[in-house]
Design a protein around this ligand. Structure first.
Ligand code: BDR
Ligand code: CA
Length: 304
């Protein structure tokens, strides 16, 4: 059975790797890519999504979304992802055009037109999805769940408390967590455990052109340590395909929108505040070796 998904994304190096997996894995039916300002401006994230679609000769539509968060001023992460957001590889220049409608309209149309419920996979800030839920709440009935990269029960990577995607637009994240749609929080608690090892990264260019492309952009990722490079967004796709490799815990997650903890995802781990009610499955542990093995196998099986 294929899983019908829409990716809402800000490529971004790890976003690019996640999109690569989603386009190529036969168990995933990627219906639409929408873009948002995040790692770099939305003009650049849209261009990067189009570069990937063109690289794979895919006809998946791309719609450009929010230029800035709902309330908070926009701050990019070019220090991690480079000025272009996807540096290091010469993609073809003759790019397809984005859709002639906004991300919110494209999301609404694709979700409402689908004969099966859609899984939303946000790997940037959640601005487009918050706007979608506010303008077209009826779409919620045709959404299976949201599998979202973002948040952390522990440390942040932007401030001590906040992870980048949630920090970028905490007001949008609060709307999404309170939307009533089931959400899987794929946060730093697992993405910092499942680093792509340098051994895996060195294997990539020996596999095929896709492996070379991924290698050439991944080595520019600023989220780099001696143990490997965090492929945060790719964990969403790994979770969809291999939930058995990830441990989740049900809890209520609130989002702080002000003060020094702005952008923190507060998991009610002890069930102290919400009467036993939960709104999220939070990913708390991952088999990092299985993640690396899967990553290499996926690329090995790609035809380009
Ligand atoms: C998240 O922030 C972005 O820089 C990455 O693409 C990922 O979505 C990790 O905190
Ligand atoms: Ca991202």
């Amino acid at each position: 059975m294929t899983i019908k998904i829409i990716m809402d994304t800000d490529p971004g190096i790890d976003d690019a790797a996640a999109i690569t997996m989603a386009i190529n894995d036969d168990n995933i039916d990627l219906k639409l890519i929408t873009t948002v300002a995040g790692n770099v401006t939305v003009d650049k994230t849209t261009k990067n999504a189009l570069k990937l679609v063109r690289f794979f000769n895919s006809d998946i539509p791309v719609a450009a979304g929010a230029k800035q968060p709902l309330i908070k001023p926009f701050e990019d992460a070019a220090r991690i992802h480079g000025e272009s957001g996807m540096p290091g590889y010469d993609f073809p220049e003759d790019l397809p055009k984005p859709m002639n409608k906004s991300a919110v309209e494209a999301l609404r149309d694709a979700i409402m037109a689908s004969d099966e419920k859609i899984t939303l996979v946000p790997t940037g800030s959640y601005t487009n999805i918050a706007l979608l839920f506010s303008e077209y709440p009826e779409v919620k009935d045709n959404i299976e769940r949201i599998v979202a990269m973002g948040g952390s029960l522990g440390m942040g990577n932007m401030t001590s408390a906040a992870e980048f995607n949630v920090f970028t637009d905490p007001h949008a994240a609060r709307i999404v967590y309170n939307s009533g749609v089931p959400i899987v929080m794929v946060g730093l608690d697992i993405t910092m455990k499942a680093l792509l090892t340098h051994e895996s990264i060195e294997k990539l260019p020996t596999l095929n052109e896709t492996g070379k492309m991924l290698h050439d952009i991944i080595i520019h990722d600023g989220d780099n340590s001696d143990s490997g490079i965090a492929m945060h967004d790719v964990n969403t796709i790994f979770y969809l395909l291999h939930p058995e490799a990830i441990t989740t815990k049900e809890m209520w997650v609130d989002v702080q929108t002000e003060g020094p903890a702005m952008g923190e995802t507060v998991g009610d781990i002890r069930g102290a505040y919400h009467d036993g009610k939960t709104n999220a499955s939070v990913c708390v542990d991952i088999d990092a070796a299985a993640f690396n093995k899967w990553f290499i196998e996926e690329v090995t099986n790609m035809s380009k």
